[in-house]
Design a protein around this ligand. Sequence first.
Ligand code: G1P
Length: 290
Amino acid sequence: MSTSITKVVFPIAGLGTRFLPATKAIPKEMLPVADRPLIQYAVQEALEAGIEEFIFVTNPTNHPILESHFSANADLEATLAERGKTAELKIVAEATLGDDQIKFCYQDEPLGLGHAVWCAKEYVADGPFAVILPDDLIQAKPGCLKQMMDVHAQRGGNVVAVENVAPNLTNRYGILDVTKEDGPLVEAKGLVEKPQPEDAPSTLSIIGRYILDGQVFAHLDKGLTGAGGEIQLTDAISATIGEVPFHGLRFEGTRYDCGSMYGFVEANVAFGLERSSQSQEMREYLKRHL
Ligand code: G1P
């Protein structure tokens, strides 16, 4: 059943209006959590899962900023080398991808997540591929996408990351109509995008990680709109249930919703404590303020 998955799509064409003015001149995905931008966590999670090609669905304004972050910076590297800054050189190397590994395409209108993925079709249509929404930052070992790859290797089809959300929050997520639970794996007979709590078939929600079969394009190609008048990825995946296997994975790890100010600050605390050499001082600071 194992099919190697080497491509990931990052749908990141949004304006990041919730983070204005921070996002006036830089893309939301370039906002740092602790020491690195959100998009770099997504790239690193994908690399760990075996991804080799990174497709950014963005817009003409954000394109050069993202490209510059992941390109080699010869002047910076020369200066760091001259100064013997080996650790910093390694950090810079980790943020550098080969030119042939990065592809850009544009989503010209905000027509929904399904439309954003469809914009990358020319790069991924021929096989299974991953999608990461960098706003959903997941602290996990191994990373969430790697956990999903292991499921895909066994089961194939479409695999999405899932977790339970509070009953009053179902209208922010794609929700599973669950039919079967098998340890951390969940099967469903359908998916509903952002149902009101009274209409939600469960509280089990899709978190921003997907492994998708090329079959989703048979549905995305139709350009049908769903919740909020948008072309929903959830609807395309739901339509493939019965055509290809579908599994939700209750991943192991903690997810931070960096699309909201609260989740973003929470992530900075969690990753700051994990990454900083001053984590002890940070802990004491937090204790003093609680
Ligand atoms: C998108 C998807 C939704 C999913 C969510 C995860 O919604 O449409 O199904 O549950 O991401 O973060 P968005 O947050 O873009 O509105």
